[in-house]
Every structure is written in C-alpha cells, then in structure tokens.
Design a protein around this ligand. Structure first.
Ligand SMILES: CC(C)(COP(=O)(O)OP(=O)(O)OC[C@H]1O[C@@H](n2cnc3c(N)ncnc32)[C@H](O)[C@@H]1OP(=O)(O)O)[C@@H](O)C(=O)NCCC(=O)NCCS
Length: 176
C-alpha cells in the first residue's frame, strides 16, 4: 500500500459554487466524482481525521462509493469496502464543512447499508472518531480486537498507527 504525502494544494477545498441551502441528494458515485472525492477526503486526511486516498484508490472502489450531490457540487462521500468472508467496512466518510449537521453523513451511511443489504452482506463495521453518529443508526461499539485481522491492512499507512484513537462500531442486520 502506497504512503501518500499530501501537497499543500490538496489540503484546502475550492470555494463552494452553490448556495449552502440547496437540496442534497444521495446517489451512486461516478467517474466525474473521483477528483472532488479525493480532494474532500485528503482535506480531512490533512487534519488526521481520516486516511488519505489516491485517485486510483477511489476509482478502484467507485462501485462501492456513494456521494451527496448538492446541485452538482460534492457535499459528501462514503464508501463500502468489501473483503471476502469479512464484514464490509464503511470508509472515506466525509461531508463538506458547509453541509455538516444536516444529516448528510447519516444519509450516506444509510445508503451504504442499503448497498450492503442489496449485496446480502449483513454485517458492516467502521472505525470512527464519531461513534454516536453510527450508534444512532443501529451500530454498536465493539472491541477492535474482535475485528478480523485483514481489516488492519490500511493501518500501515496511517500516521496515527501507534496512537490509534478510533472506535470500532459494528452493525449486524440480523440484530438491528
Ligand atoms: C463525521 C461527518 C461525516 C458527519 O457528517 P454530518 O453530515 O455532519 O453528519 P450528521 O448531520 O448526520 O450528524 C452530525 C451531528 O448532527 C447531530 N444529529 C444528526 N442526526 C441526529 C438525530 N437524529 N438526532 C439528534 N442529533 C442528530 C448530531 O450531533 C451529530 O453528531 P454526532 O453523531 O457525532 O453526535 C462530518 O462531520 C465530517 O465529514 N467530518 C470530518 C471527516 C471525518 O471525521 N470523517 C470520518 C468519519 S467516520
């Protein structure tokens, strides 16, 4: 897995080109979304809130990715990462600061739960600094050690690998 060093141009967001109160819809991501997604994710990665991503990584998992579309502007994104014989993981959840607190993050998570259900994947987890966001949607806190070892692959590129402060949350559709 590549170590990604963020350039100064990657750690700011372009000005918002739409009004903050435009309606937002959640939809499947497409190839036009890759660049804005990378920019949003790496904006927060620079603040050590999430892992940085390359365009190739986002494109490679585009099918698992949903976006919040604010009249053509990217308001948020989230992705479902699949690993064979393991629960699916919600990764790269981010909402532009101007759109936070309007349940866009919650709607993105719910959309990924629908995606998992359509794929008959009953168990979904996340590693997060915002556990209550997930708990409100039926996730429960679990000990990180209960997650399969394979899910720790990305930790090798995390700047906080020796001081991990993320909380594991898991939702089992059979119990929710
Ligand atoms: C985390 C993040 C994605 C949340 O996005 P958001 O659109 O603001 O999320 P929501 O509006 O659904 O929820 C935000 C807050 O609104 C309030 N809220 C949302 N739904 C609510 C409800 N049904 N009842 C009461 N309060 C509610 C809560 O205070 C909630 O924060 P909390 O769950 O931590 O307590 C966004 O803050 C973000 O992009 N952060 C930076 C990147 C990041 O940390 N990514 C990793 C996330 S795992």
């Amino acid at each position: 897995m590549d170590i990604i060093s963020l350039q100064p141009t990657q750690i700011s967001l372009p000005p918002l080109a739409v009004a903050q109160d435009v309606p937002i819809c959640i939809r499947q991501a497409n190839s036009d979304d890759v660049e804005p997604i990378v920019r949003l994710v790496n904006f927060y990665a620079a603040q050590e809130l999430m892992l940085p991503k390359t365009p190739a990584a986002i494109y490679g998992n585009l099918f698992g990715c949903v976006v919040a579309d604010a009249d053509g502007e990217l308001a948020g994104c989230a992705s479902l990462k699949l690993t064979y014989n393991n629960p699916a993981e919600i990764i790269s959840l981010a909402v532009r600061p101007e759109f936070q607190g309007r349940q866009v993050g919650s709607q993105l998570i719910l959309s990924l739960l629908d995606k998992a259900a359509a794929l008959k994947i009953p168990t979904v987890f996340a590693l997060t600094l915002r556990p209550t966001l997930f708990e409100r949607l039926g996730f429960q806190r679990v000990h990180k050690n209960t997650l399969p070892h394979k899910v720790w692959n990305e930790c090798s590129v995390c700047p906080k690998q020796d001081r991990c402060d993320e909380i594991a949350v898991l939702r089992d559709a059979h119990c929710a």
